[in-house]
Design a protein around this ligand. Structure first.
Ligand code: AG3
Length: 280
């Protein structure tokens, strides 16, 4: 298409994230949400859910490496991993780089996101058929409530706290996540933009602090998310970030990553003053 066609993810506060579109590859309304995959000039193929950027071929590596390697390398030997959300498969691809991982459950509410990602985003979704992956197409809220003491690492790769992702931002859900973790388990959850989503990041941080003894925010730039600056929360019963890092595996992982490395692991927890203030 040679038209000057742009799609803008619009926010109430007068912010938009615009990408020039080559083609619409997929556009369907599932039982849960509107799913679109657009081929864009700058960021390659982009997955949108309810009009919001979930992942793009060009910058997805930052988000997926940061949500996975920070918690996994902080655990001495992660064997069983759970990813909630993340139907595009990017987080699964990174988790599978860890040699100790024996099994990873992907609990995604919307089977259509998985199907569309497999078809149109093979570089992201390419590992979803790996024999170590157990795909559960169901609501993460119900799934987690039935899991006790069985995961070493849980990653919450959700959308924003509205629509089908809403239930993944409650005290009850986080309590169930804690119970699903083994005592030395670690969870990491995406926690929105410190610039655009001040209320959300504060709420997530407050709720997590009610449930977990250790809650630590870390940050990275994600060019295609609101304000280009994103956060995650690292939570555990007793492991503090940077207290333990599996350096042997880290050295191997670093050879394959495009964003993550041992310096980034440390610096991600260094927060600017305005973020520290938000979380006080
Ligand atoms: N999950 C976090 C997406 C949040 C983006 N928000 C937005 N664009 N308003 C991404 C899933 C990638 N596996």
């Amino acid at each position: 298409m040679n038209l000057d066609l742009w799609y803008t993810e619009k926010h109430d506060d007068g912010l938009g994230i615009s990408l020039k579109v080559k083609d619409v590859l997929y556009s369907e309304k599932s039982e849960f949400q509107q799913i679109d995959i657009l081929n864009t000039h700058f960021y390659g193929k982009v997955l949108y859910l309810d009009g919001l950027v979930m992942t793009t071929e060009k910058d997805e590596f930052i988000y997926h490496e940061m949500i996975s390697h920070i918690p996994l390398l902080s655990h001495p030997e992660p064997k069983q991993v759970l990813v909630i959300g993340g139907g595009d498969g990017g987080t699964i691809r990174e988790v599978l780089k860890h040699p100790s991982v024996e099994g990873v459950v992907l609990c995604e509410i919307d089977g259509k996101v998985i199907e569309a990602s497999k078809k149109y985003l093979p570089t992201i979704a390419g590992k979803l058929d790996d024999p170590k992956v157990d795909i559960q197409v169901r609501d993460g809220v119900a799934y987690i409530a039935a899991q006790k003491n069985c995961f070493d690492v849980i990653l919450i790769d959700s959308t924003d706290p509205l629509g089908p992702g809403e239930g993944l931002f409650t005290e009850e859900f986080y309590t169930n996540v804690k119970q699903a973790l083994k005592p030395n388990g670690i969870m990491a959850a995406q926690s929105e933009s410190p610039i655009c989503n001040k209320r959300e990041i504060q709420l997530i941080y407050k709720l997590l602090n009610k449930v977990f003894p250790n809650v630590h925010t870390y940050v990275a730039p994600i060019p295609t998310y609101p304000a280009g600056y994103w956060s995650w929360c690292f939570c555990s019963n007793d492991t503090k970030p940077l207290e333990f890092i599996n350096e042997e595996i880290q050295a191997e992982i670093e050879k394959e990553t495009k964003y993550y490395n041992k310096d980034i692991h440390k610096s991600a927890f260094a927060l600017p003053n305005f973020v520290k203030e938000l979380l006080e």
